[in-house]
Design a protein around this ligand. Structure first.
Ligand code: C5P
Length: 217
């Protein structure tokens, strides 16, 4: 099976020395890449900037902005059997990037932002991906309902949802606790390290993919 995984935050430049980003460590995506590589699947990891080592036996494409991540995904996705969108992509990016460092002058400064491309939301409708599609959902309320809405709206086979309002799990932490939402069922995976959860998720996703497509390629 060929698996594409997006991971990490994106970096949206404001000027030559500043950018907008978020607290994603990339750890869940890298753990998934490692878990699939251990299963001897072919893994392509497309990642924003992180502090993590690239897992062994994984093809790696570094990107910075949401647009660069979109372009890399659009290029490679059609050849993939499964895709897991783990990246915390910035929802907005500056309309213009200042060519020179913005000087400190007025008391207030307004940045105008525009929406970035929704990479997961484009996978089916724009890129025409037919393979097994997995998205993540970070929610602070109505976890299952919001994940189920996302599953349908973005044409996913699975949404892995985590409650980011709880301390010690999810964003920028070593552990996670997720609810797997699929069309016919929900499966709760209890709190564990991201590495253990990733192994469990890789087993489940491989099994679902086999069930849907019959044979490994
Ligand atoms: O709609 P929301 O941003 O909550 O969806 C989260 C899911 O969508 C994650 O799987 C994330 O990787 C993906 N996403 C994306 N491109 C964006 C925003 C989110 O692929 N611009």
């Amino acid at each position: 099976m060929k698996v594409l995984i997006t991971a990490g935050p994106t970096r949206e430049p404001i000027d030559p020395v500043r950018f907008l980003t978020n607290r994603s460590s990339g750890r869940m995506g890298y753990a998934l890449a490692e878990a699939f590589a251990r299963r001897e699947e072919q893994v392509l990891l497309i990642s924003g900037p992180t502090q993590l080592d690239i897992p062994d036996h994984v093809d790696f494409i570094p990107v910075e902005t949401a647009q660069e991540m979109y372009d890399a995904v659009a290029h490679y996705l059609p050849k993939m059997d499964a895709a897991i969108f783990c990246a915390a992509v910035a929802d907005y990016t500056p309309v213009t990037v200042a060519a020179q460092k913005i000087k400190k002058s007025a008391d207030t400064l307004t940045l105008e932002l525009k929406k970035t491309p929704d990479i997961l939301g484009s996978a089916r409708q724009v890129i025409g991906f037919q393979g097994y599609l997995v998205g993540f959902a970070a929610e602070t309320e109505d976890l299952e309902q919001n994940a189920r809405t996302k599953l349908e709206r973005k044409g996913c086979d699975m949404i892995i949802a985590n409650n980011v309002s709880r301390a010690g799990i999810g964003f920028d932490s070593a552990e996670n606790e997720v609810l797997i939402v699929e069309a016919a069922e929900n499966t709760a995976l209890p709190r564990d390290t991201k590495e253990h959860l990733a192994q469990h998720l890789a087993d489940i996703i491989s099994e679902r993919w086999l069930r849907k497509h019959g044979t490994m390629s």
